[in-house]
Design a protein around this ligand. Structure first.
Ligand code: ATP
Length: 455
């Protein structure tokens, strides 16, 4: 078997796999779609949850300086006035006078229309606000205006005081949130990379201003650790210091973590920004409520400064799929498979009877499937964590099943055959090596007797 790096993998190949195998579909597909929206299918929702749960585990549950919130998407319009979004959350929009195509002026060469090819058809850019506006309640007036949040961060800042009052954590501490964000992007593009509805995972980390540099460096390391757990090769991740002229006006330092995406090349995966005390001071001014933190040692109260790691879930999924997508050849037959870290794999194990028309094989295979799907309490092997991530697969011949499971990144396939009926052993087939080994069924249950699983 020859294995080669998946050179030449395209975004189209990944998008097509996602559609075919039930990871990600175009939103409103049956009605011709809605640009910039995507729906997650059965495998996509599992992958997305695994990525988001890993983040939550590493950044919230396993740390003692982090607290979680889940704020409402609709917020009082004052939030977006105070944060500056109503005034400045804009992109420069140009329209071609020939074909009427609309583009982001900073993303194209404005001397020629990228759609119709005409030259000199663009006028001056106008600032286009990317927030989706809506009205809350039955009356549509100025006071009822609200927006679908364009970032999760403000839901954290507006709860900073609530969390401090309830928990009085020591500084430094962070508040984390995961959830939907909406941006009326001028040109959504590149699969889920630039969507109009997407998901963010954000942390606002509150520090004493004298410590921001030290804490910022720690966050760089913590982010790198997470990206490694996602299986992203460090050679494809690039930390880019954003120069002052390109930083948001409130940021004193920003590092963009870029990734080498297939087809589109290097682009932003996530950002890490030092936001000073900009947001809390704005809230303090606009709400009239003090955002000061009272040190427990009786020191002078202060408004904390903030370091913000901001992750986009869709771009993370794209990076994970791109890194995992591998082409190789097994016994002269080409295959594509997802070499995804087992902890992220949507399906952990597939269970198959060798032949689906042999009731005795099906019965035995069902027993194994049920055991993994609903593990008995005495089961101590790591497989007791699989639960819902077990798939029954009796479709087509065994070779086809293996290919299909490879394509969706299932690390192990278990096959029940006639020998199983005689000696209670089954075949375990490994996704990456395609090696097949026989083990007693009982070894699936007991950790101590299944060492190779933990390699
Ligand atoms: P870009 O410059 O690419 O528009 P941004 O700098 O505006 O991105 P941020 O406001 O820093 O992005 O948002 C934080 C993260 O949210 C980004 O790093 C990205 O992962 C994600 N994100 C932002 N906009 C989108 C979008 N339209 N679709 C998918 N993910 C997005």
């Amino acid at each position: 078997m020859s294995q080669e790096a998946s050179k030449g993998v395209s975004l189209e190949a990944i998008a097509s796999l996602c559609k075919r195998r039930g990871f990600i579909y175009q939103g409103s597909d049956v009605y011709g779609g809605l640009a910039g929206t995507w729906d997650y299918g059965p495998l996509g929702v599992a992958l997305k949850r695994n990525i988001m749960n890993l983040w939550w585990k590493m950044f919230v549950e396993e740390r003692d300086d982090m607290l979680g919130v889940d704020a409402a998407i609709l917020m009082n319009q004052k939030v977006w006035q105070a944060s500056g979004h109503t005034e400045t959350f804009t992109d420069p929009l140009v329209e071609c006078s020939n074909c009427h195509g609309r583009f982001r002026a900073d993303k194209i060469d404005a001397s020629q229309c990228p759609s119709c090819g005409q030259k000199g058809t663009f006028g001056e850019p106008r600032q286009f606000n990317m927030m989706f506006k809506t009205n809350v309640g039955a009356i549509e007036d100025e006071n009822s205006i609200s927006y679908l949040r364009p970032e999760t961060a403000q839901g954290i800042f507006t709860n900073y005081k609530n969390v401090v009052d309830s928990f009085y954590p020591d500084v430094p501490f962070g508040i984390a949130q995961q959830g939907k964000a909406f941006r009326n992007e001028i040109s959504p593009r590149d699969f889920v990379f630039r969507s109009r509805e997407f998901e963010q995972m954000e942390i606002e980390y509150f520090v004493n201003k004298n410590d921001w540099e030290k804490e910022f460096e720690k966050w760089v390391k913590d982010i790198e650790h997470y990206l490694i757990e996602l299986g992203l090769p460090t050679s494809k991740v690039h930390k880019v210091e954003v120069p002052e002229a390109e930083r948001a006006h409130y940021s004193k330092r920003t590092i963009d973590f870029e990734f080498d995406f297939p087809s589109i090349g290097r682009d932003e995966l996530l950002g890490l920004a030092y936001r000073t005390d900009f947001d809390l001071m704005n809230i303090q001014k606009a709400s009239g409520k003090s955002m000061e933190y009272r040190p427990k040692d009786g020191g002078k109260p202060f408004v904390p400064h903030v370091i913000e790691p901001s992750f986009g879930v869709e771009r993370t999924i794209m990076a994970v799929l791109s890194a995992a997508y591998t082409n190789d050849e097994v016994n002269g037959e080409k295959r594509s498979y997802l070499k995804i870290p087992p902890q992220l794999a949507p399906v952990k194990v597939a269970v198959s009877p060798l032949l689906k028309n042999k009731p005795e094989l099906v019965k035995k295979a069902r027993e194994v499937y049920d055991m993994l799907k609903n593990p008995p309490v005495e089961m101590t092997a790591p497989r007791n964590l699989y639960k819902g991530a077990v798939m029954w697969d009796d479709n087509g011949n065994i070779g086809k099943r293996y290919r299909r499971q490879d394509e969706i990144g299932t690390p192990e396939c278990l096959t029940i055959d006639f020998q199983t009926l005689e000696d209670n052993t089954i075949t375990i087939r490994d996704r990456d090596t395609t090696n097949q080994t026989r083990i007693p069924i009982d070894h699936l249950k007991m950790k101590s007797s299944f060492i190779e699983f933990e390699k």
